[in-house]
Write a protein that binds this ligand. Structure first.
Ligand code: FMN
Length: 298
């Protein structure tokens, strides 16, 4: 059987399919469920310094090609998070997503995560719908560079930088984030939904993030552009539902993928289905291992 194990930074994953941040990962129990169902690793919901309740409803709206969401980064805050994950058995396979409004907040959060015995963080530099954090921070190249340098300098954490596609030049952003151990591409695409009979916006926040099958070509383009210029480790995310989708990302340079919106439709067997499809594809196309197809089209 062809090997589907992969390596992101110094982290070896048994398989390349990872649970994306924000979908069915609000508790340690739901993270464990994904890991036990065949995910190679899982990313937590983004955690900030304080508890946040998020926006008024509606926070999610379904459209034919995916989802619009403006949940508003609701999260328990780092204190409650650390408490909940005491004794959690899967810290090596869990990547803690953090968000902040400035370098100090990011660094303080990263130190708490390391203190709680996790060894990897994903920096949410990309949430498109909350003022003062996420992509508002993540579009500021100097701040991105500083946040990553300070976390790398002040901790032993592996750092994954999750970048926003809502910029003109994603490569410039990636270069600002080059001290990260890996890039995660992409977060949701800024978007609006309209209800024509009520003449209201689909989301209470008006602007939200677009995810699901419709954004896959945008994510593929970001992975291609960044891999071509940097050759760094990339985790591809955006619209992945089938093993064929995952293969497309590998061919353009991703070494692993994350699955978000599809989980809401396909449920937990999705991990094993995608993994089996990848292994069968490698076998039938006569590749010995996943690494043999990474970036071959770039
Ligand atoms: C309901 C919802 C909540 C999300 N919350 C987060 C979050 O807290 N942090 C983050 O970095 N990304 C968040 N995302 C973005 C996803 O992790 C992912 O980047 C995006 O949805 C594209 O992947 P997909 O098409 O497979 O869903 C969220 C997405 C959705 C749909």
């Amino acid at each position: 059987m062809a090997s589907i194990s992969t390596r992101i930074g110094n982290f070896t994953l048994e398989n390349p399919v990872i649970l994306a941040s924000g979908i069915l990962d609000e508790t340690s129990g739901s993270i464990l469920r994904s890991l036990k169902s065949g995910a190679g690793a899982a990313v937590t919901k983004s955690i900030g310094t304080e508890e946040r309740r998020g926006y008024q409803t509606p926070v999610i709206s379904e459209i034919s090609t995916g989802l619009l969401n403006a949940v508003g980064l609701s999260n328990p805050g780092i204190d409650n998070f650390v408490e909940e994950y005491k004794g959690f058995p899967e810290k090596k396979r869990t990547i803690v997503s953090i968000f902040g409004g400035n370098t100090e907040e990011f660094v303080a959060l990263a130190k708490r995560v390391e203190g709680a015995k996790f060894d990897k963080v994903e920096l949410n530099l990309s949430c498109p719908h909350v003022r003062g954090v996420g992509s508002e921070v993540g579009q500021d190249l100097d701040m991105v560079e500083e946040i990553i340098a300070e976390i790398k300098g002040g901790t032993n954490l592996q750092v994954w930088a999750k970048l926003t596609p809502n910029v003109t030049d994603v490569v410039a952003l990636a270069k600002a984030a080059e001290k990260a151990d890996a890039y995660v591409l992409i977060n949701t695409v800024r978007a609006i939904g309209v209800e024509i009979y009520s003449r209201k916006f689909a989301l209470a926040n008006i602007v939200g993030g677009y995810s699901g099958p419709g954004i896959k070509p945008v994510a593929l383009r970001a992975v291609y552009d960044v891999y071509k210029e940097t050759r760094k480790d990339i985790v591809g995310v955006g619209g992945i539902t089938t093993w064929e989708d995952a293969i497309e990302f590998f061919l353009l340079g991703a070494k692993a993928v994350q699955v978000g919106t599809a989980l809401l439709y396909e449920d937990y067997p999705i991990y094993s289905r995608i993994n089996l499809g990848i292994a069968n594809y490698l076998e039938s196309e006569k590749f010995a291992k996943l690494g043999d197809i990474v970036g071959v089209m770039v």
